[in-house]
Design a protein around this ligand. Structure first.
Ligand SMILES: Cc1cc2nc3c(=O)[nH]c(=O)nc-3n(C[C@H](O)[C@H](O)[C@H](O)COP(=O)(O)OP(=O)(O)OC[C@H]3O[C@@H](n4cnc5c(N)ncnc54)[C@H](O)[C@@H]3O)c2cc1C
Length: 474
């Protein structure tokens, strides 16, 4: 039996090489025709790198499996989040280098250059810089802004579109050969812009006949709902256990209304099931979803999951609603007759806030495992252990398993994932064997794995900085 559709994402090193190559190409092309002075070349290099990075943001939004299918949505979103401030620094460097340092021997030079940069024909460049700064600030402050998430997303998408337009205009009208071939920039902008716009166009064009339908919504634990969807006639979804879907409810066609939810049912089930925790203005209303409501589905996405036939043991750790993808994986391991030793830890605020045993019991029985259940409150009365998750729990779960061979999948609150990752690494589980699914991209303190991911991103920036220096002094 084939386990699941193959992963469609490009390997991380190839993605990094393509990214650096995209930054380098216009510099190489501009180098043959452009200005020779070091300062001017450095200014052009910063501008080119910033522009390429901004355009590439269009396709690093987590919607393209070629990009996030292998590296995962967490890494993709972390990259997307930090690439924008990095591009802003480069854009400010571009501006500072164009102004140049004060020169005592030429006292009027600074005023002349500032005057030149403030000419009306550079209005689009200033607009691009202002938009970039605004987008970065609003993205970093997003969770603290008193506006609905959908409104923020709409402003982010429209602002990004306006930024790319202003930037392209600036490159084509003011690049003066230093930015390389205008045709190449047009092809590049279309190459990243059209797929991004395509995500919206596809959804607007999609026939309502392709929509899924809400079949049932029921409360399964405190503030936790199970939503079951019926497929459109004659269709089904091919996905790997652990993946997630972007869902837009009630006939909303634009992806602005999409919310990501992990699929809690196993592949092969005729219906899709989701577990939805009341968190904000949309999820708080999920209990009132009428049966028959149309649901637009963009799926499958994500790289959370594992090979049930690999070597070594499997440790699944879920906290709160993080049980959703873990249930899918657990059921799938039972379905395919996984022979690897499996352990499950499931922790929650209280037994009432956790899904009942009917959700995981049958798969646990089939796999011959006894889950370790932990709760912050009311644990003893429910026959559970006291939360929070500790090193002792992890150590106990690894008994009889070779940590070096063990695959661990973690989904839960940020602090729990950080603690568990660092502890497991200390107990000998390689970081490459620990898989995450974060439900919030700003999930607090960093684990050793997060730091490794950020180090990888920093290494890519270092390569870009080195390319910039080489270009400036070439
Ligand atoms: C890969 C992934 C899988 C997820 N799976 C589940 C799941 O199985 N069950 C579950 O209950 N929750 C899941 N979530 C979280 C869920 O998407 C958010 O809780 C939900 O979208 C909040 O919407 P809201 O309007 O009620 O809350 P809001 O108050 O609008 O938002 C609360 C926070 O949720 C995040 N959020 C809101 N909307 C979106 C969005 N469209 N895209 C990304 N983040 C958003 C933002 O960080 C926001 O600050 C998942 C998140 C991700 C990234």
């Amino acid at each position: 039996m084939s386990y699941a559709p193959p992963r469609r994402g490009l390997p991380p090193l190839l993605l990094a090489a393509l990214y650096a190559g995209a930054v380098l190409l216009p510099m190489v092309l501009g180098w043959t025709t452009g200005h020779q002075r070091v300062g001017m070349r450095a200014a052009a290099g910063c501008g080119i790198a910033a522009a390429v990075m901004i355009f590439l943001q269009m396709i690093s939004s987590g919607r393209f499996e070629a990009i996030s299918g292998r590296i995962g949505i967490d890494v993709t979103m972390a990259f997307h989040k930090w690439a924008a401030p990095a591009a802003l620094v480069l854009a400010l460097g571009h501006l500072a280098l164009l102004v140049g340092p004060p020169d005592a021997e030429r006292p009027h030079r600074l005023a002349r250059r500032l005057d030149m940069l403030l000419q009306p024909d550079l209005a689009e460049a200033w607009a691009a810089l202002a938009l970039l700064a605004l987008l970065v600030v609003l993205a970093l402050l997003r969770d603290r802004l008193p506006i609905r998430y959908e409104l923020w997303r709409a402003s982010h998408a429209l602002g990004a579109l306006a930024l790319c337009g202003a930037l392209l205009w600036h490159i084509l009208s003011d690049g003066r050969g230093l930015a390389g071939s205008p045709t190449l920039w047009l092809i590049f902008a279309a190459g990243v812009g059209l797929p991004a716009l395509g995500v919206y166009a596809r959804r607007l064009r999609a026939s309502p006949a392709t929509d899924w339908r809400a079949a049932e919504t029921r409360l399964v634990a405190e503030r936790l709902w199970e939503v079951t969807l019926d497929p459109p006639p004659g269709q089904n979804l091919d996905f790997r256990a652990g993946q997630f879907a972007w869902l837009a409810f009630a006939g909303h066609r634009l992806p602005l209304y999409d919310h990501p939810f992990s699929i809690a049912s196993a592949p092969g089930e005729p219906r899709l099931r989701f577990l939805i925790q009341e968190a904000g203005d949309f999820t708080r209303r999920i209990g009132a979803l009428p049966p028959g409501t149309r649901v637009a589905l963009d799926a499958p996405h994500g790289s959370f999951g594992l090979d049930p036939h690999g070597p070594g043991g499997i440790l699944l750790i879920a906290g709160g609603v993080g049980i959703a993808p873990v249930l899918s994986i657990l059921a799938d391991l039972a379905r395919v007759g996984c022979r690897r030793p499996v352990r499950l830890i499931y922790a929650g605020r209280s037994p009432e806030a956790m899904v009942p045993p009917a959700f995981y019991g049958p798969a646990c029985d089939a796999l011959g495992i006894e889950p370790l259940l932990l709760a912050d409150r009311g644990a003893a009365a429910a026959g559970m252990g006291p939360a929070p998750l500790t090193e002792g729990h992890l150590r106990m779960s690894l008994v009889g398993l070779d940590p070096q061979q063990c695959d661990v999948l973690l989904c839960g609150p940020g602090p729990m994932m950080t603690m568990a990752t660092d502890c497991l690494a200390g107990l000998g589980v390689p970081l490459s064997h620990i898989g995450y699914e974060r439900f919030s991209y700003d999930a607090g303190s960093l684990s050793a794995k997060d730091r490794r991911i950020l180090a990888g991103i920093a290494a890519l920036w270092a390569v870009i900085a080195a390319l910039l220096l080489a270009y400036s002094f070439a």
